[in-house]
Design a protein around this ligand. Structure first.
Ligand SMILES: [Zn+2]
Length: 730
């Protein structure tokens, strides 16, 4: 039996494939008919104008569509109506600018005497706003899981385009401009149909949408996609433009006409590699399994490309004769060269997916840059010298280079990546505040993660929360063991004074009657301190080595974390020092603490905060360097969170009754402790001693010592040792 989600996924997947197929088919038919009916020079003009339009489309996709596919179903899902209206406005703005640009290009072409190109650009200027709108609405259907609507739209577009073109041909009205009018009309009607259908979908929950937030989010995401899309555009479309400049529009027409043969497989490669990506990601937790999946995928894509390439080599020439009625027979000699293009394209698609699944998108980008730079430089020379043959040769070279760079990167990643021993899972992304479920606003950026800040409680976190590797603690080593051991006395003194504060604030008169739990008890120094004061305390820790070491003296630490193994309302106080910032889901921790504590019980935390000198300097450095310096000491799977005093002021089932800034022990932050995870170690080491001293002198320490009290519910007797006499004393 298939689960409902799986069936749902297959249904949507099926509709999406159907949608893609119809869409690609329409484009192929449109191209074949135009190439068949128009003179090569006119078809070349269409190819040039269309490739310029595709560049606009690449930008449109990068800043509107691709971010929408990510944010539309997550960050702005509850504000879909307002969000999609805003995107439509953005679409209209971009379409207007694009249309005006194309119209100017058309008029200029006309003036310099190229009627064909003038007509093509003017036709494109008319059609482009409607095509862009259709693309956006199509992907809106995907976001709303209405893929059947998208397929419907493609069918309408297909039927109207085909009917319109056949009508024009029958009425002997076919020209570039009239054909583009048909495309404009077909896409306008198809777009309007979906817009009308989607209005009904509108979700009821509405909150105010922050326009600036949307713009910023789209730009942050889109600028990388923009560069990638432009490079991808160059790898095929650049040569059409180059040929029209070096040779003639007619030669561009030839190139477009023959590359049309490879187009369906390239579209299929893109779609299939997107489908392979999740499979690779899932298998990346197991090295040998991953390699097996990867080799199979490479074999499949290479095989598909080879078969398709062979077909082009053997049947390409007769097919060109048949499809284009002899218009492009002159270009039939490059068929075997063209046959190589699908093979490289398939390999590129699968290797890119492999690197993405290994979380190495930068290497994919690098490969594209190398390939585009070399390919285009060669292409400029080659298209001048050998026209169509040169252009196809340049495409082969670009594809081949990309394959080589991607293969080397993959090989290197697999060799350096300890794929076999990492207990991996996909990096966990989170754009919502874990505590109040508000969408985070961008705060900063590092190489592999973003910093997001909660607009409500100011909580700061890294997105993703975790990295894919090394989630389980090392069983044999305990990070910072020597530092902690050498600090034992100073550390215990700190704990002693913190316990005194806790007694004062909570009005504890008889410590011996308290039941205390320390979460993340490490080597047990806090428990030792409690023992000296006669408090029966127990601990838990997930680090096996630490538990082992602590057990050398006495068994009082449980291997594990704050979870269901503790009884409800069984502890008077829970202590957690420098722990909560490491937890992927602090809300879960707070919920457990709330459950386990007796009414009126105390949760005592120590954690790095934003209201310290250290963080302020980091913020300044970050701003002055425009994001290049990252001193925050945060990273996925490390210090994931940095709290704010405001975070603790918000009701999470607790009331804050005491807080004080304290500074980290100097040796601890200087040495090899968990805090030492900064991007710029040298600068960090220079700034650190001064910052530490000033912070100490001005009570601007980088950590907060905070006591929270479980909200007492009426009707409960408070634990004996709590008189509730301790009012907030700051
Ligand atoms: Zn929050």
């Amino acid at each position: 039996m298939l689960s409902a989600t799986k069936t749902n996924w297959i249904t949507h997947g099926g509709w999406a494939v159907a949608d893609q197929a119809v869409f690609v088919l329409t484009n192929v038919i449109l191209n074949v008919l135009l190439a068949r009916w128009l003179l090569p020079a006119y078809y070349g003009a269409f190819a040039v104008a269309y490739s310029v339009f595709l560049l606009i489309g690449a930008c449109h996709a990068a800043v509107l569509i691709e971010p929408m596919l990510v944010f539309g179903s997550s960050r702005y899902a509850s504000q879909w109506k307002a969000y999609s209206d805003l995107l439509l406005k953005g679409n209209h703005l971009l379409a207007t600018v694009a249309s005006l640009g194309l119209a100017v290009a058309g008029v200029c072409s006309w003036l310099i005497g190229s009627r064909a190109l003038g007509g093509a650009f003017l036709g494109m200027a008319t059609a482009s706003p409607f095509i862009l709108c259709m693309w956006l609405t199509k992907r809106s259907c995907y976001v709303n899981q209405q893929t059947q609507l998208a397929t419907g739209q493609s069918l309408i577009y297909f039927a109207l385009t085909l009917a319109g073109l056949l009508f024009l041909k029958g009425a002997q009205l076919i020209s570039l401009f009239s054909a583009m009018l048909v495309v404009a009309l077909a896409s306008a009607l198809a777009g309007a149909w979906v817009l009308n259908k989607l209005r009904v979908v509108g979700r009821p929950i509405q909150t105010r949408l922050d326009r600036q937030d949307v713009t910023r989010a789209h730009w942050e995401y889109g600028r990388w996609a923009l560069m990638t899309n432009i490079l991808l555009w160059m790898s095929t479309n650049f040569y059409l433009l180059a040929l029209s400049i070096w040779s003639s529009l007619e030669i561009s027409g030839h190139l477009k006409a023959i590359t049309n043969l490879a187009f369906p497989l390239m579209q299929a490669n893109a779609a299939l590699s997107a489908a392979v990506l999740p499979v690779l990601v899932v298998s990346s937790s197991n090295g040998s399994e991953f390699r097996r999946v990867m080799y199979r995928a490479i074999g499949f894509f290479a095989g598909l490309g080879a078969v398709y390439g062979m077909a082009i080599g053997i049947f390409g020439a007769p097919l060109i004769q048949l499809l284009y009625r002899g218009n492009y027979d002159a270009s039939m000699k490059v068929m075997w060269l063209l046959a190589v293009v699908p093979v490289f394209d398939g390999l590129n698609a699968v290797l890119s997916s492999t690197l993405r699944s290994l979380e190495q998108p930068s290497r994919v980008f690098l490969a594209q840059v190398v390939a585009a730079v070399c390919g285009v430089s060669f292409g400029i020379v080659a298209t001048r010298a050998w026209a169509v043959v040169g252009a196809v040769g340049a495409m082969v070279l670009t594809g081949g280079l990309a394959v080589v760079v991607l293969a080397l990167s993959t090989w290197k990643s697999l060799a350096t990546d300890k794929l076999d021993d990492r207990r991996s899972r996909p990096a966990e992304k989170q754009i919502y505040c874990d505590l109040c479920r508000q969408a985070g606003i961008p705060y900063g950026k590092a190489k592999v993660y973003d910093l997001l800040s909660c607009p409500r409680c100011k909580l700061l976190w890294t997105n993703p929360l975790t990295t894919s590797e090394q989630v389980a603690p090392d069983a044999t080593a305990y990070s910072g063991e020597e530092v902690y051991v050498s600090n034992a006395i100073a550390q215990k003194q700190r704990f002693y004074s913190q316990l005194q504060t806790f007694f004062d604030v909570c009005g504890v008169t008889d410590p011996k009657s308290l039941r205390v739990l320390e979460v993340g008890s490490g080597l047990g120094f806090f428990l030792d301190t409690c023992e000296c004061l006669g408090i029966p305390a127990e601990g838990c820790d997930i680090a096996e080595r630490a538990v082992q070491l602590a057990h050398e003296k006495q068994r009082r630490i449980r291997l594990g974390t704050l979870d269901d193994s503790y009884m409800a309302e069984s502890f008077d106080a829970i202590f957690a020092f420098n722990l909560i910032e490491h937890l992927a889901h602090p809300k879960e921790f707070l919920n457990h603490a709330h459950r386990i504590l007796k009414p009126g019980g105390a949760l005592v935390l120590e954690t790095p905060i934003q209201e310290g000198l250290f963080h302020r300097i980091a913020r300044l450095g970050h701003r002055l360097s425009r994001g290049r310096l990252n001193f925050y000491g945060m990273r996925p799977s490390g210090h994931i969170y940095k709290f704010s005093k405001k975070t603790f002021a918000i009701d999470n089932g607790f009331r804050r009754i005491y807080e004080r800034n304290i500074e980290s022990p100097f040796r601890e932050i200087w040495g090899n402790s968990s805090l030492f995870t900064f991007d710029n170690r040298f600068l960090y080491r220079c700034v650190l001693p001064i910052a530490w001293l000033v912070a100490k002198l001005t009570s601007q320490g980088n950590r907060l010592f905070v006591i929270l009290r479980k909200n007492a519910q009426p009707g409960y007797d408070l634990a004996n040792s709590f008189s509730l006499g301790g009012e907030p004393c700051r």
